[in-house]
Write a protein that binds this ligand. Sequence first.
Ligand code: 4AD
Ligand code: MG
Length: 439
Amino acid sequence: MTEQSFAGRKAVSISRLSEHVGEEVLVQGWLYNMRSKGKLHFLMLRDGSGIVQAIMFKGNVSEDSFAEAKGLTQESSLRVIGSVKADDRAPGGVELDVSELHPVHIAEPYPISPKEHGAHFLLEHRHLWLRSKKQSAIMRIRDEVIRGIRDFFHERDFLCVDSPIFTPNACEGTSTLFEVEYFDEKAYLTQSGQLYGEASAMAMGKVYVFGPTFRAEKSKTRRHLTEFWMVEPEAAFHDLEDVMCLAEDFVASIVSRVLENRQSDLADLERDTSKLEAAAKTPYPRLTYDAAVDILNEEGHEFSYGEDFGAPHETALGERFDRPVLIHRWPAEIKAFYMKRDPDNPKLALGVDMIASEGYGELVGGAQREDDAQALADRIKEHELPEEAFRWFLDLRRFGSVPHGGFGLGLERTIAWICGVEHLRECIPFPRMLHRIYP
Ligand code: 4AD
Ligand code: MG
């Protein structure tokens, strides 16, 4: 491992200081804020892994250093050498007793102060906003979720395959396609890697696609981004039941991993984690679409059978349970062309959506896929999709077709729910939305 050092001391991340109690270490970071009292400066330092209080006592440092500290502004970068002291009252259980201060850069007046700022202002300053305590906590949870996703599939022998971002056709409906010029042709940014996941599953058995996806959603809701990350497992010989079991095990494992490893970030976000505990356990409740409609009607929602659920319906359904709920067997007309029909009722598609608890909406959309070449060709026609573009997709049903299925989980929706954050825009480092492409 490469170790950074300065003035003969090795650098230690703030999150690892508790492993170095009694040692003199180097901390490199930025000044989050500072207060002074007589012969003491209290510097709150952040380095991205955490925040630590560094106490500078006039008697322990050079006179110049003590004076220099007074000139430090918010977000100035600095190196500090100090000894690590255990202190139960301190966040992270440690403090630093400063012996040397080495400013790196004195920051100009910083635009983001601890006072309240409007959403527009913060989004315009997203490159700086990311430094704040809550935003960096969300990013650390995002990283934990991503590693949880990869580990989950790796442990179950799913292979990671990557799908292209330039695609010749739609996967999830033509109304939300981003069109791009591709030399002399038109191409689209991918809406989902599923179709390529299916081809890969026929080659490698169990796979997952994980990458950015694009939807030209004209909606301005808090649950929609135009660029978001989706993880899409796809597995041969999996029917709808297998897909639902996989989805609930998957989401429960991610929640329990975050609860285990990211308590301090959840605390910074003031997340009521008691509400997540139930979601760390399976099984999740399951409802057919029909039963879900009955519930909505019972609750007095105006809802007619055959429609897709809107945000208020998802919220109402999600709030009935203490953990996510799986809704399966949907009217085929409102679902994608590739879903297999229910053999017991061909008006229904073998699709499943997972709706989060606490009103965070749809986390997962998945299905058992149509595995019959003729039925799929008919669907492509019915949906008025360009047949030529799907020739290769039909091949998968011509050469050793098997029952198979999978789902897509929206990364930012999952993070928003786990973090208890209202809006998806805080769950991706640089959000892309209708009317936002800066910074
Ligand atoms: O339900 P969707 O559209 O399903 C698919 O794309 C399938 N092809 C996936 C598959 O079976 N492999 O999208 C899947 C999930 C949604 O449940 C939601 O969590 C998220 O992706 N999602 C969005 N997240 C943020 N912004 C948007 N505009 C989103 N659209 C979908
Ligand atoms: Mg969906």
